[in-house]
Ligand binder design. Structure first.
Ligand code: GTB
Length: 217
């Protein structure tokens, strides 16, 4: 069954891999599943055809036969459940990998998104000068904790898993701000994720010149 995902027709990041279709592309590359990409404009995302797939009018979406999914956590989890390569075999280790997926999305990503919003969209607000350092420090707090837990390990819990995939992509969003460089352990962790052949294939596939082309998985 052909897997079809959606991605930005013109990603605002110009191909840096920061939009969330990258998580899905990377997961599919890790498990060796081919997929097709349908590019959508900002206008099309808010139209009924796309809203039927994604109630919040966003990308990415995932279609496989009768199944239509949205939310990258759910999509990556689905891919990891159906195919070998992103979840450990041991039941407890799987539960921990899932825990790291939730931690990436529920605990680490929210302050990072708040920071990105404050930096990029609220710079002209009179209160931004006071608020931005507070938001930035909340990010630093989380990074300090995550860095302490990772220590000298390569991955969060044994072998690379969907939890690492999600965490690395969440952390990448900090790259334009420079804040990640204050945390050498996390910088090296992100670099390890980016060095994976599956990541490299997914990254190449999302570049503006390739973004809508099918991938061989
Ligand atoms: N919780 C959802 C998920 O994980 O799937 C969030 C999906 C989401 O935020 N999608 C964004 C979207 O469709 C694209 S990825 N936005 C359009 C809209 O809401 O109208 C977010 C994103 C956008 C741009 C950059 N960038 O330029 O660096 C990075 C990430």
């Amino acid at each position: 069954m052909t897997i079809i995902i959606t991605a930005f027709e013109h990603s605002p990041d110009g191909g840096k891999g920061l939009a969330r279709d990258m998580r899905v592309r990377w997961a599919l590359e890790e498990v060796g599943q081919p997929y097709e990409v349908r590019l959508v404009s900002f206008r099309a995302m808010k139209e009924p055809a796309h809203l039927a797939l994604h109630p919040f009018g966003q990308i990415p979406t995932y279609q496989e036969g009768d199944l239509a999914l949205f939310e990258t956590g759910s999509i990556v989890f689905h891919i990891a459940e159906r195919h070998a390569g992103l979840m450990p075999d041991d039941a407890n280790a799987r539960a921990r990998a899932i825990t790291w997926m939730f931690a990436a999305l529920n605990t680490v990503e929210p302050p990072i998104l708040e920071f990105a919003t404050a930096r990029l969209l609220e710079g002209d607000k009179p209160w931004n000068k006071e608020r931005l350092p507070l938001v930035e420090d909340r990010v630093r707090g989380r990074l300090k904790q995550l860095s302490a837990r990772l220590g000298d390990a390569d991955w969060l819990d044994g072998a690379f898993s969907a939890g690492d995939l999600m965490m690395v992509h969440v952390l990448q969003r900090l790259k334009p701000s420079g804040i990640l460089t204050e945390f050498p352990i996390l910088t090296a962790y992100v670099a390890r994720g980016e060095a994976r052949p599956a990541y490299q294939r997914a990254f190449a596939a999302q570049l503006p010149e390739n973004a809508g082309k099918p991938s061989s998985g």
